[in-house]
Design a protein around this ligand. Structure first.
Ligand SMILES: NC(=O)c1ccc[n+]([C@@H]2O[C@H](COP(=O)([O-])OP(=O)(O)OC[C@H]3O[C@@H](n4cnc5c(N)ncnc54)[C@H](OP(=O)(O)O)[C@@H]3O)[C@@H](O)[C@H]2O)c1
Length: 275
């Protein structure tokens, strides 16, 4: 598949973006969906990209296409980010590169009743969605502070702000990323490092569409999420892509009682996922 992307953030800012976040970006969870879209947009900016996920063949295909299409360098690393050793391996395998941007996009989402889901699945969710982004933010954050510039984007979710039945553990891991990202935004911004927690609602990625057979109308596209979020890096601690989702979040979080919102979310989730 050959697609083409025009640079995401305002084009007159391309040079600033490259200077601050180049010359290499690491995209963790890059083989498909949003991850591949992040990589494509960064490549369009002229950043070299390290692509990380478990499926080597998909990474290799994407790496080859981006290198050819955007005349950049790529590195494809097949790693299971649930494993602590894989995090060490990723840090070691990028030691020789001038990395200026980390996007932690990988996620595991166990959907279904909490008690019917094996504990092992919940623990893997915590390894991929919590331990890995924290560990990599620690490792790359140190590098970025040492060079005086850089950026970290952590993928949270709109579900981070409301307890959600059927995805209770997943939503809790996303709350971790939201709060970690916002805290690091304040802590690191004076040292030249921009941190942003990205909180999308439903995005039309292949896995989302496959996981929600009863509700195929996704709210936003991966392209919208990536374009808008890259434009907000360095401007705020967290961001909800899509004006409609920002309005929806405002109503849910500010206007309605929490008890009611949690019940509403439960009904939505049951409608989507109950057998
Ligand atoms: N799609 C939505 O509706 C939505 C809404 C809100 C937030 N988000 C967040 O946005 C991000 C991307 O969503 P998405 O729908 O594009 O997800 P996705 O299609 O499930 O893709 C996740 C990526 O992470 C990789 N990955 C998963 N487990 C991994 C592991 N153990 N080690 C290494 N890589 C792993 C996958 O590749 P491999 O399988 O090859 O490893 C894939 O490249 C996630 O953080 C998600 O929580 C998505």
């Amino acid at each position: 598949m050959s697609r083409s992307v025009t640079p995401a953030v305002l084009s007159r800012e391309d040079e600033r973006f490259r200077r601050r976040y180049g010359s290499w970006a690491v995209v963790a969870g890059a083989s498909e969906g949003l991850g591949a879209t992040w990589a494509e947009h960064l490549a369009a900016f002229g950043l070299n990209v390290v692509l990380v996920a478990r499926r080597q063949a998909m990474l290799d295909d994407l790496a080859e296409r981006l290198a050819k299409q955007y005349e950049i360098q790529t590195r494809a690393l097949a790693l299971d980010l649930a494993e602590p050793e894989a995090l060490d391996a990723l840090v070691a395998a990028t030691q020789d590169l001038d990395v200026g941007l980390l996007i932690y996009n990988a996620a595991r989402s166990a959907i279904g009743p909490f008690l019917a889901t094996p504990l092992e699945d919940h623990l893997t969710e915590i390894a991929v969605n919590v331990r890995a982004p924290m560990t990599l933010s620690h490792a790359f954050g140190q590098r970025f502070v040492a060079r005086g510039r850089g950026g970290i984007i952590l993928l949270s979710s709109l579900s981070a702000t409301i307890g959600s039945a059927y995805i209770a553990d997943y939503a809790a891991t996303k709350a971790y990323n939201l709060i970690l990202g916002e805290g690091l935004w304040e802590e690191l911004r004076t040292q030249g490092v921009d941190v942003l927690a990205c909180c999308p609602s439903a995005v039309s990625t292949p896995n989302y569409l496959a996981s929600a057979p009863k509700r195929q109308q996704a709210v936003v596209t991966p392209e919208l999420v990536v374009k808008q979020t890259l434009g907000q890096l360095g401007r705020r601690p967290s961001f909800i892509p899509g004006a409609g989702n920002q309005f929806f979040a405002f109503i849910l979080r500010r206007l309605l009682p929490r008890r009611m919102v949690t019940r509403i979310m439960g009904n939505v989730m049951r409608g989507m996922y109950a057998k």
